[in-house]
Design a protein around this ligand. Sequence first.
Ligand code: BTN
Length: 243
Amino acid sequence: NYHFYHSLGSSNDTAKHLAREGATEGTVVLAEEQNAGKGRLGRPWHSPAGLGLYFSLIIRPSIPLALAPQVTLLTAVSICKTLEKLDLEPTIKWPNDVLLEGKKVCGILTELSAEMDGIKYLIIGIGINVNHRLQDFPDSVAHKATSINIVSGQEIDRVLFLNKLLITLEEDYRHWLEQDFSPFRQEWLQRAAGLGEKVRVLTGTVEWTGRLEGIDDMGALLLRNEAGELQHLMSGEVTLRPE
Ligand code: BTN
């Protein structure tokens, strides 16, 4: 069930609207450009026409609310697998930034609607820098962003890439529903950026530093602080290699 738009504010907002109207699981909302693309933590997501992939998926899993963050981690793994088919070596910065050569190539923004009896729908918004050149990024992000094109040196067929990604994502999503998170936890850890290294995590206004030890069964970040205690962080922004 595909909905294609030349121009949207945010594909997540359109997907939410369609979900409220009853759009079925697996619905894809794709925009050629977004003029109000949203990133995590209220940031904008620059979404110029002709260069990237900006789309949102509607899913309706029958799972407890607490498991919802796993869907985003799983999505990051599926994106990595698709990039690896192009001989690239992506890593994941918790929770779900996909990096190439240490710079961000893809971001995921998951939004959900839940009631007392569980999740009504989840919107997985995915923004991928595909054929951007360095000059296509705003100055504010140019030092930390990259694209598939920049790293591979090749012009990428966006439709083909999207198709491969959706097939991988659907397969992984079905396996996750049938089994559980443990195989994906392993796949996530294999690609984790900064594993075993000192990192800084900002959760709201609280700052934590420690050694990144991985993620737990729920998908929370495991951070070993200087006192040797293991902390489980459910949300936050990780800085790799802090000064
Ligand atoms: C992040 O901050 O890393 C998340 C970025 C998510 C961007 C995508 S683009 C498609 C979808 N629609 C939006 O408005 N945001 C997400």
